[in-house]
Design a protein around this ligand. Structure first.
Ligand code: XCC
Ligand code: SF4
Length: 626
């Protein structure tokens, strides 16, 4: 197969060097497999294929010549809406089931069933418990933790028919949700209901399906994801600003290198504790290594980066390439976004993929199952495996490209408020004065269909130039960090207003707010700003973008952003274009319902212009300078 020039795949020199090495080493990557899949199915791309029952599979002809209905009679609108609904349900399920693991961990801590985990931020535990209406006066940590775990368990079911964090939603927004019947009721309930509605012969109206998709996405954003974020802070510490490093250069040729990949800090925090164990460090030295080096990939990397300053080796499209360095002993994974190909890539070197979750087995990987009661011990076993693998490493095949880049991290809402002197007031003043014209959350993944990191990093550049403060999470963090955009010095690339504010506060124009579940921090911040101004979130000069998204979870995040009132630009179209009704709803109709829409734009300059237009309109409506 003809290979494209290396510059076509990624803007990053470490990525290009490793794609070249992969070719030399005979390792197949995600880009090779994408080429093999092309041309991809046009029906599926448009959302027009259905296999929800075995009277099918069915497909609708987008050109109107072939069949217009599936065997059951479902038309293009119903099929597209059902498929999109299931996509959103899967994304919400992933985030929320991750959140569930944290609730179970808090519960185990409260019941004294584990000593491996504990409450690291008791003040936050008490604050959150009081916020959701629990009695905290005179109660000890364990009692408060037990009550909070019980409260969150109910958010998953349907006992209360509402969610703990609804109080964070501005009153005007709650009215909008009530009016259209999209107030989330229970995380599991709303996800299950989507599976029910999309069974053959249940909900057969595209608008009704889309509204329920919005409701269940809100159960994720203001529910499952928000619970995951807040409990991770309580159990592992609330992030505060710190500096760290990013790119494949964080790997060390003379060290045992362990990468954590996936999403939950429950596993990665234990690995971190184990790599700091003096006994294990001594073992590594006895095996000929200079020490043990831990680095992160994807979202669990973001969790460790935010709270512990652990370096980041890369984002989604760097996960295979990290192993191609030949310097990685073990990749410890939990769940989500872990390409099954990693097992094959690891097999081309001395590397091992270690799976840890009972929910996520990979054929060919080494399974070391972690639970609340054995996590510390299991982490030690994993580090011992890595030390053993180090002795099998072929140093002649090691190539670690480039030097790491500095990044600033740790901007939880608590940290942002502290940096501002205790309240959102100074931020609002800067927005009112037009120094900061607005804020844009640039979030999400990489996708081999677009040049790696190009759209992510260039949209950020375009936004800060326009005096728009940028907030990043997930894989975009690495895209931005590698380009130097997460350092205070990037203020020089910002417009004059934003640049001045950043310099005065010593912060970067692009703030790292965490992993993908931590997008909940961003909507919470939007809620706080709206409340401070007495307006709805949809009145704020804010926007969101997922320039290189690939995952079902990103679709869910995009939808809860829009349903919360935040205009959202996607760099790639979701599979809905086969239905005019669903597409019209997404890009215009939703404005009249939730006060925000999606737009699809892959070009970073054009995307920034769309965002700028939204910010201008919102500023004008608030009586501010454009
Ligand atoms: Fe996955 Fe969360 Fe996307 Fe990265 S950004 S590819 S979802 S790891 Ni969340
Ligand atoms: Fe075909 Fe309808 Fe079955 Fe889908 S649900 S596969 S459209 S018959």
């Amino acid at each position: 197969m003809a290979k494209k020039d290396l510059t076509a795949y990624s803007i990053c020199s470490d990525a290009r060097a490793m794609i070249k090495k992969a070719r030399e080493d005979g390792v197949e990557t995600v880009w090779d497999r994408l080429e093999e899949q092309e041309p991809q199915c046009g029906f599926c791309e448009l959302g027009l294929s259905c296999r929800n029952c075995i009277m099918g599979p069915c497909r609708i002809d987008p050109f109107g010549n072939g069949p217009k209905r599936g065997v059951c009679g479902a038309d293009a609108d119903v099929i597209v809406a059902r498929n999109f609904g299931r996509m959103v349900a899967a994304g919400a399920a992933a985030h929320s089931d991750h959140g569930r693991d944290l609730v179970e961990t808090l519960h185990a801590v409260a019941q004294g069933q584990t000593t491996d985990y504990g409450v690291r931020d008791e003040a936050k535990l008490r604050r959150i418990a009081a916020e959701v209406g629990l009695e905290v006066e005179g109660k000890d940590v364990k009692a408060v933790a037990a009550a909070l775990a019980d409260q969150f368990y109910e958010d998953y079911g349907f006992k209360r028919g509402s969610m703990s964090f609804l109080g964070r939603v501005p009153a005007k927004r709650q009215e909008v949700w009530k009016k259209f019947g999209i107030t989330p009721r229970g995380i599991d309930r709303d996800v299950v209901e989507m599976m029910h509605r999309t069974h053959m012969g249940v909900d057969n109206d595209a608008v009704s399906l889309c509204l329920h998709a919005a409701r269940l996405s809100l159960a994720d954003g203001w529910g499952g994801s928000m619970i995951a974020t807040e409990l991770s802070d309580i159990l592992f510490g609330t992030p505060a600003p710190a500096t760290a490093k990013v790119n494949l250069g964080v790997l060390k040729a003379d060290h045992v290198n362990i990468l954590v990949h996936g999403h939950s800090p429950i596993v990665s925090e234990m690995i971190l504790a184990a790599v700091r164990d003096p006994g294990l460090i001594a073992k590594a030295k006895a095996a000929g290594a200079a020490g043990i080096n831990l680095a992160g990939l994807c979202c669990t990397g973001n969790e460790l980066l935010m709270r512990q300053g652990i370096p980041m080796a890369g984002n989604h499209l760097m996960t295979e390439l990290a192993i191609v360095t030949g310097a990685v002993e073990v990749v410890v994974v939990d769940y989500q976004c872990i390409m099954p190909s990693l097992v094959t890539v690891a097999g081309c070197y001395h590397s091992r993929i270690v799976t840890t979750s009972p929910k996520a087995h990979f054929t060919g990987a080494t399974h070391v199952e972690f639970d609340m009661h054995n996590a510390r011990q299991k982490a030690i076993e994993v580090v011992e495996l890595a030390i053993e693998r180090f002795t099998a490493r072929d140093q002649g095949r090691v190539d670690i490209p480039g030097e790491p880049v500095d990044i600033m991290t740790g901007f939880s809402n608590e940290a942002i408020l502290t940096a501002l002197g205790g309240s959102a007031g100074p931020l609002l003043d800067a927005i009112k004065a037009g120094q900061i014209r607005g804020a844009v959350a640039v979030v999400g993944c990489n996708n081999p269909k677009v040049k790696h990191d190009y759209q992510n990093s260039n949209l950020i550049r375009e936004c800060i130039k326009r005096d728009l403060l940028v907030l990043v999470t997930g894989c975009v963090t690495v895209s931005a960090g590698k380009q130097g955009l997460l350092m205070p010095s990037a203020a020089d690339l910002a417009g004059p207003g934003l640049s001045a504010v950043c310099k005065a506060l010593g912060i970067p124009p692009v703030l790292h707010m965490g992993s993908c579940v931590d997008n909940s921090r961003i909507i919470q911040l939007c809620g706080m700003l709206a409340n401070a101004l007495g307006v709805d979130i949809s009145d704020l000069p804010v926007a969101a973008a997922a320039p290189e998204w690939y995952s079902e979870k990103a679709a869910t995040i995009g939808l809860y952003a829009v349903a919360s009132g935040v205009f959202t630009v996607l760099g790639l179209a979701p599979p809905i274009l086969g239905s005019k009704a669903v597409t019209d709803l997404a890009v215009s109709g939703l404005e009249g319902v939730v006060g925000a829409t999606f737009a699809v734009e892959g070009d970073p300059v054009k995307a920034a212009e769309l965002i700028d237009a939204r910010v201008r309109a919102k500023r004008k409506a608030l009586g501010l300078t454009p």
